[in-house]
Ligand binder design. Sequence first.
Ligand SMILES: [Zn+2]
Length: 260
Amino acid sequence: MPEGDTIHNTAARLRPALEGAVLQAFEAKRLRGHRARPGMRIESVGAVGKHLLIGFERNLVLHTHMQMKGSWHLVAAGSRWPKPAHLARVVLEVADWQAVCFSAPVVETYVVGHDPDPTAHLGPDLCDERPDLAAGVERFVLVDEGTEIGPALLDQRVVAGIGNVYKSEVLHACGVDPFAAIETIDVGTRRRLVETAHRQLRMILGRARRETVPGGLAVYGRANRPCRICGSGVRVSRQGDHARATYWCPRCQVPPGNER
Ligand SMILES: [Zn+2]
């Protein structure tokens, strides 16, 4: 699953080409909702959590969610697409550009003020400059208290934007055991996790390479290699309903109550 920073970077790439432009063609074979029509002006391109929202005049918004495989690409008019045409889910054409969305499982439109907002359930977006972090800390109550903190950080109802990479990185940076149940994690630690995730996600916006420690990532993708803090071997386990990989250091990240 892409992290929130991927979607925010996508929005930043699409925005200069699309915002204010007039739609010349719109294709979306499996679209749910009203179709945008040629001649409509594109008013906004934005990201909320991991959702990409493209706003047209008359309050029509195109909502796409990338889940594991989806991606948006900006292609100069007349150039080749980076992926096969049969994978295209949306094509937006303006004077000089085509914006093409490949493989996204969620492609729908809604009308602001009329249809339900598909992002209404999300917690504060940690990629924003000043999200309400205190509200995010409080929203851990939305998760069953027996849930392990690893999967809980991926729950976008609590805070939006953390994906599998930052889940592992944030827990390591805070010295928190990924397998500890939410109920064992005190409010100060919850606050530190949310603040650290915000800082790490903000740091990476607009950059091509993810770095949480000098030289790269602290634990993610580094199974069996030495922890950059203590030198112990980094471990990896599957965790949560979707069996997502969690990387952690058994020495730096001990269960609550066993801290040294
Ligand atoms: Zn360590």
